[in-house]
Write a protein that binds this ligand. Structure first.
Ligand SMILES: Cc1cc2nc3c(=O)[nH]c(=O)nc-3n(C[C@H](O)[C@H](O)[C@H](O)COP(=O)(O)O)c2cc1C
Length: 454
């Protein structure tokens, strides 16, 4: 019985009735991605037949918010506290002597384009890219394991790029130390993981500086089961599908890009460090995990940002919930609901939310009677509770996200907060919501047989 990682996830998705299988042959160049994109990348699909390869591909896995909660065994109300608890109380992982990922170990003639069905997503992409690969590195100072999703451009043979963005100064600093010593940095790329593993990976090493494998164990409520790699001194999940082991070469780069990124534009073309793959471990009949590059695939990153904004706002205002929206790339836009107790709480919440990360560009603060996941409710707040001259705050020329085209074009970002909360006191009667007594309990089936209650 599979307990952890991708095959356990497939079992759960099947139980939830949320798993599709495609038995038509698809081309990994554009066609496979087009099918995933058709469903906004929110439908897990296993492609059994991939043109030119014997390996299956699974995509569309972690882009749907409700499904993510289901896979984590949580819900909208409890998730912030469950995730915070895991970060505050990391638990030990468990090292096994062997595991399914070691069923096959390849150390010779590694030719990634021939061996792995790596998809090409967009028309102007420079190559195919491993987009769901989890880069594992051991911190050379603390010995802690850090893992994070990174993208890897395929360059032929056993050479891939490893894009470590400026949002990862911790790993960048380690790479600089290795460059200075001209020493290769041991690393591994894991494919075939589950929702807790992905969520733990999205915690910032710079902010928390904790072993992410231990956060994963706390999140899943049992020890993460690991095995030692074959050729590098690292541990990887025993139930992963595929692991690429190797080194990031010091002081060597290859130009990476163009690549159609999460916001739907082609990002920067720049020299990026090289990873030399020296060993591939994989399970029997492995499944290649793919993340179509789009906003939905960054949901896990947004779920962690929600915790950060929640904590930042909580220090000053009674905060209820935070939605870092998928439409804003799971990093640029936040909607925060508060229980307003003082005039000025809305502005305090704006300052705290914008200050939580350089990426957050626009924040909207609403009262706790607004459903922050319902766009009609959100617009109601903007349309009926905002006066721009008083409620809009603009901070010009801040540092923003490198993944946001208008920031890259200008080099700086204007940040904006909108306080869409109602006034307190006498004027609050103007905002009383008109309700129908008994509406919540209406059984629509009684009036229109055959129509299900919402
Ligand atoms: C689907 C997806 C793709 C990502 N691609 C990259 C990437 O190519 N490079 C990168 O540095 N971060 C990427 N990230 C973000 C990092 O995984 C994330 O910021 C992580 O928390 C960084 O961890 P660190 O603080 O330990 O460096 C991606 C995240 C997701 C969810």
């Amino acid at each position: 019985m599979e307990k952890q990682m991708l095959r356990a996830t497939i079992n759960k998705l099947e139980q939830l009735g949320e798993f599709e299988v495609c038995n038509v042959t698809v081309d990994p160049k554009f066609e496979l991605g087009a099918v995933l994109r058709y469903f906004q990348n929110e439908k897990p699909i296993l492609f059994n037949k991939v043109k030119g390869y014997n390996m299956k591909v699974l995509g569309g896995l972690y882009g749907n918010r409700q499904l993510y909660y289901d896979l984590m065994g949580t819900n909208k109300e409890e998730r912030l506290f469950k995730f915070m608890d895991a970060i505050a109380n990391p638990q030990p992982a468990k090292l096994l002597s062997n595991g399914p990922v070691k069923e096959n170990i390849i150390t010779r003639n590694i030719d990634i384009p021939k061996m792995l069905p790596v998809p090409t997503s967009h028309g102007k992409d420079s190559s195919s890219y491993i987009t769901a690969g989890m880069l594992i590195v051991k911190d050379d100072i603390t010995g802690e394991t850090h893992m994070a999703v990174r993208r890897f451009q395929i360059n032929g043979g056993n050479i891939i790029n490893a894009l470590v963005s400026g949002a990862s100064p911790h790993l960048r600093a380690q790479m600089e130390r290795y460059n200075a010593m001209n020493k290769p940095l041991e690393c591994a790329v894991v494919l075939g993981y589950d929702a807790p593993y992905l969520l733990a990976s999205q915690i910032s090493s710079t902010k928390y500086g904790i072993d992410k494998h231990m956060v994963d164990s706390a999140l899943r409520g049992e020890p993460l089961e690991l095995v030692k790699c074959h050729s590098v001194d690292l541990e990887v999940p025993a139930y992963a599908e595929i692991v690429l082991e190797g080194v990031i070469l010091p002081n060597k780069t290859i130009v990476e890009g163009p690549f159609g990124e999460l916001m739907g534009y082609y990002g920067e073309v720049a020299p990026v460090p090289i990873m030399e793959v020296r060993t591939i471990m994989h399970r029997n009949d492995p499944i290649f995990q793919h993340a179509f590059p789009c906003r939905e695939e960054h949901l896990a990153n947004g779920l962690i940002r929600e915790i950060e904004i929640y904590n930042s706002v909580k220090a000053v205002v009674d905060v209820k919930d935070v939605n870092v929206t998928v439409a804003g790339g799971c990093r640029l836009h936040a909607i925060v609901s508060i229980n307003k107790k003082n005039e000025g709480d809305g502005k305090s919440a704006i300052i705290s939310a914008l200050g939580s990360s350089k990426d957050i560009k626009h924040v909207l603060i609403v009262d706790d009677d607004i459903d922050i996941y319902d766009y009609k409710d959100i617009e109601l707040a903007i349309a009926s509770r905002v006066q721009a001259s008083e409620d809009v705050v603009i901070i010009p020329n801040a540092l923003g996200s490198g993944l946001e085209a208008s920031h890259v074009a200008r080099g700086l970002t204007d940040k904006m907060g909108i306080d869409a909360t109602k006034p307190l006191g006498e004027k609050s009667v103007l905002f009383e919501r008109a309700e129908i007594p008994g509406f919540e309990k209406i059984d629509i089936n009684k009036y229109l047989p055959g129509i299900k209650n919402k």
